[in-house]
Structure formats: structure tokens, C-alpha cells
Ligand binder design. Structure first.
Ligand SMILES: [Zn+2]
Ligand SMILES: [Zn+2]
Length: 336
């Protein structure tokens, strides 16, 4: 499913199976999660994507072929391919353990082709082994909503007792489970009036759920924002206690309205999260099966990627949308 230009529907196309470079593996895709970032790319809100582009950065598949210098995975191994597709390893950020901020990165499904396809190639050092206890479609959302959600949660600090989550979609529903498991009291904020979403949040362990315009019953030590609405930063700041932190987990957000300084006073902090490090991924993928995190997924066939994106745009997905890739005469394709 190919994006030829922003603000156009993806087009189903038959293209040659990509050949792995020496450090890459060829992956036969089984499932690929649909992330809000895909929507930002398709809608032209994120500049300079590779074009034409195959989107998708929550890829679950099996290794079909390894490049000459690739040896981490055997043919047939199940792997996960996340958003962080490559880093230079030598810039000042990479050298100080912040590869998520690398000066010369490649991002899966954005600056290199991703997983809305039957096959993709990936740099093997950026792929993950996946916990065996998860099926292909249920593990897919862990690869971005889970990983970047986890980084967002982790950056809020260790002393958090009362945790607010604004936007209860793919990332929110995963991180609520981790936080509740770790003994945090979770307060879920949905679109005002979204009674169904609030019920969903309570079932996943939230002690309170309400609209983003409501005041929680207890001030928050930290608030995580997973919805792309800048006004939520101010709403969340208003709900935090002294020394509290508001962390925005998204890559794109509408403008943040101006607000009085007293909302930030008393050492409150606003920060964003960009991308992920491989360490975030390894940590989260070890924690998820212990919780165990259960993902709610709405599965669409690959050919219905546009429909999946539309549902996400309209806020009609409970949990995460995932594309399932059917198998068809693939052995023949590979003989090319
Ligand atoms: Zn770098
Ligand atoms: Zn994502």
C-alpha cells in the first residue's frame, strides 16, 4: 500500500520484493500496526517523507533472507521492526546514549519503506526478538504505541503515584496496564462524553476515568499526553501537583494555547518524547509479558489500510488498529 503524495489515499501496487543490503534482513510481513504517526504522514502534517512511501512502523514478520553481513537472526525467526530504523552511531547524541535524537537517523515507514506490504527490509541491529506469548496482530501495537508509550511513561520519573493519561488509544491503553501493574493510580482522560472509552479505561485498571475537561479527584504527579491536541498540555498542567511533569508522547500536535505562568510555577515541567532507543525497546518487550499487557486490536486486511486510517482519524478505534497481511504464492516471488 503506497503513498504517492501526501493527502492522497494509499494505492495497492505490485512492486518487486526488496533485496536486503549486507546489514539488512528481508522480512515477510505478517502484521503491521497502524499508528497515529502514519496518519500524520499521510495527511501531510509531517514534512519530507520518502516518496513514494510504504508506511508502517509496527511490523511483525519472519526473516525470509539475511544480507551477507547479517547474522543476528536465522531465516524463519519472528522479528519486530520499530520506528527507529537506523542511526549513524557516531554523532554526539549516539555517543552519549541518546540515539533517539541521532543527527542522521532513518525512520521506518517515513524515510525508509515500512510494513504496509508483504515484504520489507530492515537493518537487523534495529529489529527486536518478540515475546513468544503474543500472536502477530496483538504484539504489533507494542512496537510503537508500546515502546514510545513506555519511554513517555519512564521519563515521567520514578516517584509518580498519581498518573494521568490523556488520550486513551493505542499507547494509553497499553501504558495504563503497565502503570497499574507497577502500583500507580491511573486517571484516564478521554474526549469529553466518550463514555465507552472511559469504561474501557476502567476495565484496564484506571481508578478514575473522565473527560479531558474534567478535574481528577486527586492532583497528578505526572500526566502523559497521547492525543495530538495542544490544549491538553494546558489542561494537564492545570491538573498536576507541585513538581509535576507533563510529557507529550506524540510526534505532532496542534499549537499549545498560551496560559498563565502560575500553572507552570512550583517547578512543574513540560517535556516531549522523541522516537525511541533500542534499550527502551528491549526493556519494554521484557516487561510487557510480565504484566501481562493485553492489547485490544481491531484487525483490517492490508488492502483496507485506507479504511483503517480513516477509522483512526475519526477516533473510531478501541485500542489499536492492525493490518493483517495474507500469504499468497510468496515462494515464487522469492525465487526472483
Ligand atoms: Zn547519531
Ligand atoms: Zn508510531
Amino acid at each position: 500500500m503506497v503513498l504517492e503524495a501526501p493527502r492522497q489515499a494509499l494505492r495497492a501496487m505490485d512492486i518487486p520484493v526488496p533485496r536486503p543490503k549486507p546489514e539488512q534482513v528481508l522480512v515477510r510481513v505478517h502484521a503491521c500496526g497502524v499508528c497515529r504517526t502514519d496518519l500524520h504522514i499521510v495527511d501531510g502534517e509531517l514534512g519530507q517523507p520518502k516518496l513514494p512511501l510504504i508506511p508502517g512502523h509496527e511490523i511483525v514478520g519472519t526473516v525470509a533472507l539475511a544480507g551477507e553481513r547479517a547474522g543476528r537472526f536465522a531465516v524463519g525467526d519472528r522479528v519486530g521492526v520499530p520506528w527507529l530504523g537506523y542511526t549513524d552511531g557516531v554523532c554526539r547524541y549516539c555517543r552519549r546514549g541518546q540515539e533517539n535524537l541521532c543527527d542522521h537517523p532513518l525512520f521506518t515507514g517515513y524515510t525508509i519503506d515500512g510494513g504496509y506490504a508483504e515484504y520489507t527490509v530492515a537493518y537487523e541491529d534495529y529489529c527486536f526478538h518478540l515475546p513468544a506469548s503474543y500472536g502477530d496482530t496483538e504484539v504489533a501495537p507494542l512496537l510503537c504505541a508500546g515502546l514510545i508509550g513506555y519511554r513517555t511513561y519512564r521519563l515521567a520519573g520514578e516517584h509518580v503515584e498519581h498518573l494521568g493519561i490523556y488520550g486513551f488509544g493505542a499507547a494509553g491503553h497499553i501504558i495504563a496496564q503497565v502503570a497499574a501493574h507497577q502500583g500507580k493510580r491511573v486517571y484516564a482522560f478521554t474526549r469529553p462524553g466518550d463514555v465507552q472509552g472511559q469504561g474501557f479505561a476502567r476495565r484496564l485498571g484506571a481508578v478514575w476515568a473522565g473527560g479531558s475537561d474534567e478535574t481528577p479527584p486527586h492532583p497528578l504527579d505526572a500526566a502523559l499526553i497521547f492525543a495530538p491536541a495542544g490544549a491538553l498540555v494546558v489542561a494537564a498542567l492545570r491538573a498536576t501537583a507541585k513538581g509535576g511533569m507533563v510529557v507529550s508522547g506524540g510526534i505532532h500536535m496542534s499549537d499549545i494555547p498560551s496560559f498563565p505562568y502560575h500553572l507552570l510555577w512550583e517547578e512543574r515541567i513540560i517535556r516531549s518524547v522523541a522516537n525511541l532507543t533500542r534499550q527502551d525497546g528491549e526493556e519494554f518487550l521484557a516487561i510487557a509479558p510480565q504484566v501481562p499487557v493485553r492489547t485490544a486490536v481491531q484487525v483490517f486486511p492490508l488492502e483496507e489500510a485506507n479504511e483503517a486510517l480513516s477509522c483512526l482519524r475519526r477516533g473510531q478505534v478501541e485500542g489499536a488498529a492492525v493490518l493483517k497481511v495474507a500469504e499468497r504464492g510468496n515462494a515464487d516471488i522469492l525465487r526472483v
